[in-house]
Structures are given as structure tokens and as C-alpha cells.
Write a protein that binds this ligand. Structure first.
Ligand code: ADP
Ligand code: MG
Length: 413
């Protein structure tokens, strides 16, 4: 599923209200009945026209059900709603190239209103290769599309919440800029993933920095959980002049293997920046030691394979790391208090455990082997909509419907 913003400029304010209504109705209905869409949107007379328009461009899809027909939001619809929110909050002005396809995310370069380069990460949980997943196939397959969207929202919320506290505490992570639904906007790091770096002037130094980062995280109650060469971006700076090294030619496409990837040059300072936080976990997790050791082992393995470097020192060990904990600073506890609740964490964790982590495929551009049916492609949409019955009273949590956007604004198109 690709982000396709062609239709965004043609949507009328009513279309946006109806799209928002389908999203709101989805909280209580897997398939949102038309009368409910009309009721929430408050656009009774024009609702059928809007529904047709939205279904035609694939932002909602008609679903026939034994009891009633109705509509559900598609990933495309969710993308539009998120982009619209970022646009209205002046977070995103224009959309640039896609720079990454993670296993379960799409990464775009975007520009802010002030022209700075940012990254838009769109979470797409459920889009994984199931070839490697033996257990839990059914758990994964039998989910409705709405539940994937819900999990994707949780992933984005969690990622953003962690980035905020990590950044505040001075950890080397991109600055978080905004979050809406299943998306996170953050600072663009002009860098290469460690995975693309063939040699470094001082592997021992970089290794020590990374291990120190793992230990520092544990001291504030956190384990990254996927601390590997794909999720460590290496920023390079010239030491002598204090100036940044000229950007490599492919700087806007750090995913692609490039001949310009940094070579060992002692005058260049390498700074590791950590990304990708949806699987982050607390040091109080039952299997915390296992995940901590796995993060450490990932770095060890990579340094041995790539740089032929092996540290003389054993560890670091989980028990030692948490001995040095700062009891006044528990970021795991803090994040839980910010709205990303324990219940949400559990739901997301169940999914992450079912899927497991498969480093080999992550971060590679390329086709996925086997995808979960997102259903967005099955076009059940047709223009004829049944007569509205009088909308019953449903206990729908009324949320503020966003103001009408400037739909004639082509910036995001
Ligand atoms: P996933 O969860 O799918 O693994 P990541 O957050 O790890 O997604 O991002 C995938 C890739 O996108 C990274 O390996 C990196 O190349 C690129 N990327 C992600 N965030 C940034 C950023 N803030 N700046 C520059 N590149 C980024
Ligand atoms: Mg990643």
C-alpha cells in the first residue's frame, strides 16, 4: 500500500467531514452504517455524494454484511486524515521522496512550513512477511483491517512518547515534531544506517559508545529491543574544521547502498543516533534480561562481522546495568503516565511477540513476499447507497471534528 495523495486537493470540506465521521464511527463499529456516518458528520443531505466520492478514490470501502451494509476506513483514508492534521498544524508543508520501506513502515522525507527537512514515518503493522513466522499465523491472519490500523496507531503513539522523553533526557534520537494517528513526524538525520558503513576509523570507540547507550537506557528503565545496525544512524562531522562533511550525493536516499558511504577517515567524527522505538520495553518486563542481552549481542555480532572487532571486555550485563539505575528517573513509568497506557502497551506487545524480530529483512527496499490482505484493494465500493433509516442514538464518543481544511491548497498533492 503506497501513500497516494493525488486526490487530496479535490476533497471538499464536506468530504473531509464525512471521512472524519467514518473514522470516528469505526471506534464502535467495524463497519460504519451510513446513517451513523450521516449523523456524526452532520451532512445529511450531501452524505451520499461524499460517500461516493470518498469510496471512488479508495479512502473508504463499502462492506456488505449479513445485517447491514456500511463503510470502513481504508489505510488510504487514514493516511489522508493524518496528513491533513499535520498540514493544519503546519508540521508538514509538502511531501518528498520515500526514503525507506521498513518491514512495517514507510518513511518519507517531507518539508515543514519553514522549509526544514523532516521525516514522516507511517506505521503499517500487519505488512510483514509471514514466511518466517511459524507460530501465531492465525492470530495475525485473522485480524480485521481496523485492528491493524489500531495497532499502527499504538505503534506511532508509543514511538512518539518515547522519542519525546528520550530527547528531553539528552539521548541521541531525532527530535520528535508531531504525531497523528499512525504517523510520526521527526527530524531528518542526514546519515547512513550503520548497516551501510564498511569501515570506521576507530571501531572500539564506536562500539563503546553503543554499549554505553544500551546501559544508559537501562539505567532510566528502558531497553530498545531492536538495537541493531538498521536502527542506528551514523552522522558524520568533520572534526578539524568543526564543519559538517559535505553531504554525500545520495544523502536524501540513505536506504540505498551508496558508494559514498563513509570510509575510514580519522578527521571525521561519527555520532550514532538511535531510531525506531515501537518495541521498546521496560527493564521491569519479565524477559527484560533476554532483550537486553539480545541488544548487546546484536552489536557484538555486527562489529565482529563487519569490522572484525571484538572487545576484550565481557558484557555489559543486565544485572550490572540496572544496579546503576537512577530511581528518580524512570522513563518507562513516565511514558505509561502520558497516555500510552499499560493496556495499550500489552496489546502492542502481544503483536510484536507474535511477529518476532527478523533483522535480515528490515530496512531493505523491495517487495514483501507475502502480505496481509489490507482489503483496501478489494473494491467493494459501488455508488448506490441504501436509504437512510433514522439514525439511532449510539454512544459515540463525540470528538471535535476538525475545521474545514483549505481543500484548494495543492501543497500536499
Ligand atoms: P522500521 O520500523 O520500519 O524499521 P525505522 O524507523 O527503522 O522503520 O526507519 C527505517 C529506515 O528509514 C531507517 O533505517 C533509516 O534509513 C530511515 N530513517 C528513519 N528515520 C529517519 C530519520 N529520522 N532520519 C533519516 N533517516 C531515517
Ligand atoms: Mg528499523
Amino acid at each position: 500500500m503506497k501513500l497516494d495523495t493525488k486526490a487530496i486537493r479535490y476533497l471538499t470540506p464536506e468530504d473531509w467531514r464525512v471521512l472524519t465521521a467514518v473514522e470516528m464511527g469505526s471506534k464502535n463499529h467495524e463497519i460504519v452504517p451510513t446513517p451513523i456516518i450521516a449523523q456524526i458528520s452532520g451532512t445529511r443531505s450531501g452524505v451520499h455524494r461524499c460517500i461516493s466520492a470518498l469510496a471512488k478514490v479508495g479512502l473508504i470501502a463499502k462492506v456488505k454484511n449479513a445485517k447491514y451494509d456500511g463503510y470502513r476506513l481504508t489505510y488510504g483514508g487514514l493516511d489522508y486524515l493524518a496528513l491533513n492534521t499535520h498540514r493544519k498544524s503546519s508540521t508538514i508543508f509538502s511531501l518528498g521522496n520515500q526514503i525507506g520501506v521498513g518491514k512495517e513502515s514507510d518513511i518519507y522525507v517531507v518539508a515543514s512550513d519553514t522549509g526544514s527537512r523532516l521525516v514522516l514515518k507511517i506505521h503499517r503493522l500487519g505488512r510483514i512477511s509471514f514466511r518466517t513466522v511459524k507460530a501465531n499465523r492465525d492470530y495475525l491472519r485473522n485480524r480485521a483491517s481496523g485492528s491493524w490500523m489500531y495497532l499502527s496507531r499504538l505503534a506511532a503513539m508509543k514511538e512518539y512518547a518515547f522519542m519525546q522523553v528520550l530527547r528531553r533526557e539528552g539521548f541521541p534520537v531525532p527530535e520528535p515534531v508531531g504525531q497523528s494517528r499512525h504517523t510520526v513526524v521527526m527530524e531528518f538525520i542526514d546519515s547512513f544506517p550503520l548497516r551501510q558503513i564498511d569501515s570506521v576509523p576507530n571501531p572500539a570507540k564506536l562500539y563503546a559508545e553503543l554499549m554505553e547507550l544500551i546501559v544508559r537506557l537501562a539505567r532510566v528503565g528502558l531497553i530498545h529491543g531492536d538495537f541493531n545496525e538498521f536502527n542506528i544512524l551514523i552522522k558524520e562531522e568533520r572534526v578539524a574544521s568543526g564543519k559538517k562533511k559535505a553531504a554525500p550525493k545520495e544523502a536524501s536516499e540513505p536506504q540505498q547502498e551508496s558508494e559514498d558511504a563513509p570510509k575510514a577517515d580519522p578527521s571525521i567524527k561519527l555520532t550514532p543516533i538511535l531510531i525506531d522505538f515501537p518495541q521498546m520495553l521496560s527493564t521491569t518486563h519479565t524477559n527484560a534480561a533476554f532483550y537486553f542481552d539480545r541488544d548487546v549481542a546484536c552489536v557484538k555480532r555486527f562489529f565482529l562481522r563487519r569490522f572484525k572487532y571484538e572487545s576484550d571486555e565481557p558484557g555489559p550485563f543486565f544485572a550490572d546495568a540496572i544496579k546503576g539505575s537512577d530511581l528518580t528517573k524512570r522513563l518507562d513509568v513516565e511514558v505509561e503516565a502520558t497516555g500510552f497506557s499499560r493496556k495499550m502497551a500489552k496489546e502492542l506487545e502481544k503483536y510484536i511477540e507474535a511477529v518476532g524480530i527478523d533483522n535480515e529483512q528490515e530496512g531493505e527496499l523491495g517487495e514483501q513476499d507475502e502480505e496481509v490482505e489490507y482489503e483496501d484493494d478489494e473494491n467493494e465500493e459501488d455508488d448506490e447507497v441504501e436509504n437512510d433509516e433514522e439514525a439511532e442514538d449510539h454512544d459515540i464518543e463525540q470528538e471535535e471534528i476538525p475545521e474545514d481544511p483549505q481543500v484548494d491548497d495543492p501543497k500536499l498533492a
